[in-house]
Design a protein around this ligand. Sequence first.
Ligand code: CO
Length: 139
Amino acid sequence: MESMLREIDHVAIAVNDLDAAIAWYEDVFDATVVHRETVESDGVAEALIKVAESYIQLLTPTRDDSPVAKYLAKRGEGLHHVGYRVSDCTAALASLKAAGSRLIDEAPRPGSRGTMVAFVHPSTSFGTLIELVQESNNV
Ligand code: CO
């Protein structure tokens, strides 16, 4: 069977100052931000830097009670989660559930860039917060 993992969609890095982080990537790597979005439901603002077919997702909280704010307060800046691009988010969730994984999202929900996403708790995936990302053109 073909792997459910199609590509690395993004690597997410939690930062305190989004503009400072963007400026650093632009200055050091001549990188370009291709997308910015505020996801109010998650309390985050993000900037996507394209790297081949994947992204670096710089994340910062928009309010004190957002999960990313709590993460920064507890752990400081750094790697926050990895987004795995899948062709069928629902099927991947079912497979994780069958394997006994702890799901944060029981069903896919809207993410940024018009994607459908679901998070998987790090406690059952080797300490890694995983985000399943299904692009809308695959629906
Ligand atoms: Co993400």
